[in-house]
Design a protein around this ligand. Sequence first.
Ligand code: RNT
Ligand code: ZN
Length: 418
Amino acid sequence: MSVERRYTEAKEVYAKLGVDLDAAIASVAETPVSIHCWQGDDVTGFESPDGDLTGGIQTTGNYPGKARNIDELRRDFEFAAGMIPGKKKVSLHAIYLDAQGKKVERNEIGCEHFASWVQWAKEKGLGLDFNPTCFSHPLSADGFTLSNSDPAVRKFWIDHVIASRKISEYFGRELGMTSINNIWIPDGFKDIPVNRAKTRQILAEAYDEIFRVKTDDRYNLDAVESKVFGIGAESATIGSHEFYMGCAMKHNVLLTLDTGHFHPTEVVSDKISSVLTYLPGVMLHVSRPVRWDSDHVVIFDDELKAIASEIKRGGFEKRVNIGLDFFDASINRIACWAIGSRNMQKALLWAAVEPVAMLQKFEAEGDFTSRLAYLEEIKTLPFGDVWDYYCASQNVPVGDSWIADMKKYEKDVLLMRK
Ligand code: RNT
Ligand code: ZN
């Protein structure tokens, strides 16, 4: 049966529950998802292509064909984007600057180093987000950046973050779509510290200095990302969840919830409505932690669906900025982008076709029996037919047809990179 026929039948099934599939598809297609550039080259960037990845994060694997320069990364991204439905932003890190062969210190990066990215984004109809890179650098080697006890080192990172905010503002102004500047630092102690308070006080003062500089919030919004631990910083993370809740409240900025940055039984889906009770917005780093913050490729699992559903059920579409953050070097990197991003889209669609009005009515009436009964029944509705139609309507491959295309690209392009 054709994709259209299957969709027409699915429409009838969902209509009985009060769900309008056309409207659901239209809303998902308009929800931007920020795809991280760093999946394409194992978080290496172009500042120093041989540099080590530090800061307690790790890519494992040595699958052939990683992008070695800006042109390759853009080409790979474009290929992946052709397999992903929906509106896209690209999340850049400062180390992905286009310095035209010159050495530019991180505290001296400017809009000119990202002009070619803006040009490219305009051509491809993409939005952009930004991230200061406070790792993989000699001045982060002792494990401390914005909370460094050395004022000169701290100043270097403060200046880097301020420069990043201005680049993000430039993205937003040029592209007519607000850019999020996401600040994550690796700062933490490997072993038990005896003055956590002082280190956190230093960090708090660094943020006071950073946010004293104003940017235009039509173009740039800042977000701060907490973490529970990093490799080599197991005993204390200075920018913990509680630290950043307070920081975000004080400075009225967004809080970034990375799904790999909490204790294993905590879930981000449950945090969204809590955080949004008091904060203006949230940035998500959707990832998949396997036993630790391993940044595996996102799969279509219960928690991914729960995250998407919480956004929809709470009516938080405008206040939750969805970004991806995973990096796997053990399989085809373009497939990682495609699989993870298609799954994010699938989850958004899953949430959009949920009969929220009906379920919330049951709950309001205290009919928890019907709530559970329907939540289970909807799991076996013909969702796959809706997903296929959404892909077809977006001119991206339906079903498994992208896999052969990806394999061809691997053979023709990736394996030629020796
Ligand atoms: C690290 C954070 C951070 C990075 C990227 C590369 O644990 O999740 O967001 O993954 O900035
Ligand atoms: Zn993250």
